[in-house]
Write a protein that binds this ligand. Structure first.
Ligand SMILES: [Zn+2]
Length: 427
């Protein structure tokens, strides 16, 4: 319990594009952005997937340093490289088996534990996205697929076990988060990660009535948390309130069978071969090589550079520039080519995706993300209280700036992250 000291409450509205925040659907976020600090040039990480983003928000570092390279990743657990979904509950254990650890840098939960402080995370997204906020169990993580507490000790939590993705589950989680977590248990850090509008954005066209209802629902959940926070701390001196999203979305134009193209070009031995393994990440892909220093790497990169669906091929220093490592089996990344045109509901941005046989959600005409497109790289961020003066900040900011901002408010060291604590005054 830490009711009197500094605290931070974070609400993430998964996939909410900054340009879809408007008076009709998100009256609360519009009002809050007027009276609080808002960040007009806020960006996601690469790949702009929920699990890599969750790890970047938790660590203040890009994937190059925290080590989770997307929603899917190829791991060698002794039988060669195999692409695995980081969303599956067993993925952190597979990552430990293949690499000896999960994330390579400490999370907020771990840093708080060093100081004897509690963190509590409630998430209605995939197990992977929930668990990568705190994969080694330094604080409490509540999720439908299983909850745990400090020491990675399993916790029976019927309220989380009953949650389903979508607005009803988000609303139930918000009720519990406000009453039990923020008000009663009052940890130093409380994070709530809504499934909306991501869940509906993957299952309907962006800007459709269903998608807009999901956006409005997320806005109402964020309002409920904010009102709870400010009832407990009316002046905002103690509790820093942070709300934002992890990435935006583009509309899917078509699906690319990258494995098939590599096999047809003579660059991959066959379907399921382990010489070069594609990890699809929505509108991006990462490619892993059994022999990462072989000439197959530049040959695959040259092939991709000539494909019209490819936006950019990243190798070597190009990987470093977007925050990916240069010394792993992953040696090539691609972000797919965005077309700046409107969908039937007036929402801009189309992009192909790399086909993922294990992904039943991605549908042509619906939303997706993962790459460097302008709309998927347009999350929002608003911060209120904790000495933040109202006003719009125009300088570029990133998901990796959130953790150092949280740590500064809690009077903890924050100079070893990739990000920087955000300015309290407008610039
Ligand atoms: Zn997400």
């Amino acid at each position: 319990m830490n009711a009197a000291g500094p605290r931070v409450v974070v609400v993430i509205c998964d996939s909410l594009r900054a340009d879809l925040i408007g008076q009709d659907d998100t009256p609360f976020l519009v009002e809050l952005s007027r009276r609080a600090a808002s960040f007009a040039a806020h960006r996601s990480v690469f790949p702009s997937t929920t699990r890599a983003s969750a790890a970047s928000i938790a660590t203040g570092c890009h994937p190059a340093r925290h080590g989770l390279l997307g929603n899917t990743m190829a791991l060698d657990e002794g039988e060669g490289l195999i692409c695995r979904s980081a969303g599956h509950p067993d993925f952190p254990d597979r990552m430990r088996r293949a690499t000896g650890r999960t994330l390579h840098v400490p999370t907020l939960a771990e840093r708080l534990r060093w100081h004897g402080e509690d963190s509590i995370s409630c998430a209605n997204v995939s197990p992977g996205a929930a668990y990568f906020q705190d994969p080694d169990g330094h604080g409490f993580v509540y999720h439908a697929a299983g909850s745990y507490g400090p020491g990675h000790r399993p916790v029976e939590d019927p309220a989380s076990a009953a949650l389903k993705k979508g607005l009803a589950g988000d609303r139930a989680m918000t009720e519990r988060f406000c009453a039990e977590i923020i008000e009663e248990r009052a940890p130093s850090l409380a994070i709530m990660w809504l499934s909306e509008p991501d869940y509906t954005g993957h299952h309907s066209p962006l800007g459709s009535p269903e998608h807009r209802r999901a956006i409005a629902g997320a806005d109402a959940c964020a309002r409920q948390v904010f009102e709870t926070v400010r009832r407990l701390d009316p002046n905002g001196d103690d509790i820093l309130f942070v709300t934002g999203s992890d990435h935006g979305m583009e509309t899917i134009s078509r699906a690319i069978d990258l494995d098939g193209l590599l096999v047809a070009a003579g660059l991959k031995e066959g379907a399921g071969s382990r010489d070069v393994v594609v990890a699809p990440n929505g509108t991006a892909a990462t490619l892993y090589f059994a022999a990462p220093d072989s000439d197959l790497v530049p040959r695959v990169a040259r092939f991709l550079a000539h494909e019209n669906w490819v936006g950019e091929v990243l190798v070597g220093d190009g990987l470093a520039r977007v925050g990916l490592p240069t010394d792993t089996a992953m040696r090539v990344a691609v972000t797919l080519a965005v077309e700046d045109r409107e969908n039937p509901y007036g929402v801009r941005g189309y992009c192909p995706i790399v086909q993922d046989p294990s992904d039943s959600e991605s549908k042509i005409g619906f939303g997706q993300h993962g790459g460097l497109g302008p709309n998927e790289q347009r999350p929002f961020l608003i911060i209120e209280g904790g000495g933040f003066a109202p006003g719009k900040r125009h300088q570029p900011t990133s998901l990796v700036d959130i953790a150092p901002t949280v740590l500064r408010h809690l009077h903890m060291d924050h100079d070893d992250t990739d990000g920087s604590a955000l300015p309290r005054e407008p610039n």
